[in-house]
Write a protein that binds this ligand. Structure first.
Ligand SMILES: [Zn+2]
Length: 158
C-alpha cells in the first residue's frame, strides 16, 4: 500500500511520513491526515461477492468543509479485489490488495489535501474505482490532479 501510494505521488512534491495510531502519541505534526482502516484488511480465500460494493472509503465533510479524516472500508476493498483475481493471481493477492489500498488511500488524500469533494474523469481520482482499476498494472493521477497536489506541497513546505 505504501509503495503504491508513494509511487502515484512520486511527482507531486508531497512526501508521506507514515505512523500507526498510538505510535509516537506525543509528537506534533504541521500537516496531518488521519485514515482509519475498518474491517478486515487481509485477503482471505472466500467466494467472490457479487453485490453493490458501495463506497470503498470516505472522507469527512463538516459544514461544507472537507476534513483531514478518512475511513477506508477494508471489507469492501478486499471483496472487490477478490472478484477481480482468479487462480494463480491469488499467489500475489497480498500485493494486489496493497496496490488497491494504496490507490484508495491516494484518492482520499487528494480530497483531504485539496479540501475538495471534486473528482477527475480519469485516474485514481475518478468518482469510483472498479475492481479492475484497483488491481490493474498501473493507475495514476491525471496531470491536473498532480498539479493541484504540487501547489499544495509548495504552499505547505516550511
Ligand atoms: Zn472521492
Amino acid at each position: 500500500m505504501q509503495h503504491e501510494a508513494e509511487g502515484i505521488l512520486s511527482s507531486s512534491g508531497l512526501s508521506l511520513d507514515w505512523r500507526l495510531s498510538g505510535q509516537a502519541p506525543h509528537e506534533t505534526y504541521d500537516d496531518l491526515v488521519v485514515v482509519r482502516f475498518k474491517g478486515d484488511c487481509r485477503l482471505t480465500p472466500a467466494p467472490p461477492i457479487y453485490d453493490e460494493l458501495g463506497p470503498l472509503a470516505s472522507t469527512y465533510v463538516a459544514d461544507g468543509a472537507v476534513q483531514p479524516f478518512s475511513d477506508v472500508a477494508c471489507d469492501k476493498i478486499t471483496a472487490s479485489v477478490r472478484s477481480a483475481i482468479w487462480g494463480k493471481d491469488f499467489a500475489r493477492g497480498d500485493m494486489l490488495l496493497g496496490r488497491a489500498l494504496g490507490r484508495v488511500l491516494v484518492h482520499e488524500l487528494v480530497h483531504m489535501l485539496t479540501r475538495s469533494e471534486r473528482h477527475a474523469t480519469e485516474g485514481v481520482a475518478r468518482p469510483a474505482l472498479s475492481a479492475s482499476q484497483l488491481t490493474a498494472a498501473s493507475l495514476r493521477l491525471t496531470s491536473a490532479d498532480l498539479e493541484l497536489l504540487r501547489s499544495y506541497a509548495a504552499a505547505t513546505r516550511p
